[in-house]
Design a binder for this molecule. Structure first.
Ligand SMILES: C[S@@+](CC[C@H](N)C(=O)[O-])C[C@H]1O[C@@H](n2cnc3c(N)ncnc32)[C@H](O)[C@@H]1O
Length: 200
């Protein structure tokens, strides 16, 4: 995918590293100086070939957080599956802070049917989970021209085993501390940035 469409709006994408020396001014930017696209412009903007699937996410705050992160990383569409709650909802709005207006989303009851349909449409099914045979996120191979359907799982039960079994890749974020897993919406930031980097 050619990200030339992003360069005018985001000139920093082609700049080099700035060394923050004592003599260099580095004022924090105000919200309006960030010059973001409007929700209407975002809807029209070409997206990265990535869709996100939430497999029965229980926390409304996590759902809202996914909206915000998917907006940031130019995701095509967010699928809210199974018991995952949908907007409008006060608790989702709290963490989405407006991204429910920009992101395209759809509720799909049967996540397995959705995964099968997206695979048939040529998406690589990438499940984010901890299983016996995972690819660590940093080792996901570079494959040109692919589109990705990225699945995140329930806070307690994780991703449905039948989805794991259908996946082209199961991706794991390495952890080095005492906790077994990360909060699922934290995973969204880590994983979706890894995908976005492929397209800029
Ligand atoms: C809190 S975890 C679920 C707990 C655990 N996977 C289980 O099945 O008991 C919720 C979701 O976060 C994601 N997740 C959390 N930590 C992860 C990690 N280190 N690598 C990959 N995915 C992770 C997965 O999508 C997982 O389904």
């Amino acid at each position: 995918m050619d990200a030339a469409f992003l360069i005018n709006k985001h000139p920093k994408l082609v700049k080099e590293t700035y060394f923050c020396g004592m003599s260099t001014s580095n004022k924090k930017l105000k919200l309006w100086e960030l010059d973001r696209v409007s929700p209407e412009e975002f809807k029209e903007q070409q997206k990265f070939p990535v869709v996100v699937i939430l497999d029965s996410i229980r926390s409304l705050n996590n759902v809202g957080s996914f909206f915000r992160t998917c907006d940031a990383f130019n995701v095509e569409k967010l699928y809210l599956c199974g018991i995952t709650a949908t907007p409008p909802h006060r608790e989702i709005t709290k963490t989405a802070i407006g991204a429910t207006e920009s992101m395209e989303w759809e509720h799909v009851e049967n996540v397995l049917e959705l995964c099968d349909r997206l695979k048939a449409e040529g998406y690589q099914l990438c499940t984010i989970e901890q299983t016996e045979n995972t690819t660590l996120l940093q080792n996901l191979p570079e494959v040109k021209g692919e589109k990705f359907a990225v699945v995140f799982g329930n806070e307690v039960d994780g991703v449905n085993q039948e989805i794991v079994d259908r996946s082209n890749y199961v991706l794991e974020i390495p952890q080095f501390g005492t906790k077994h897993s990360l909060n699922v919406s934290v995973c969204a930031g880590v994983v979706l940035w890894e995908f976005a980097k492929r397209f800029i």
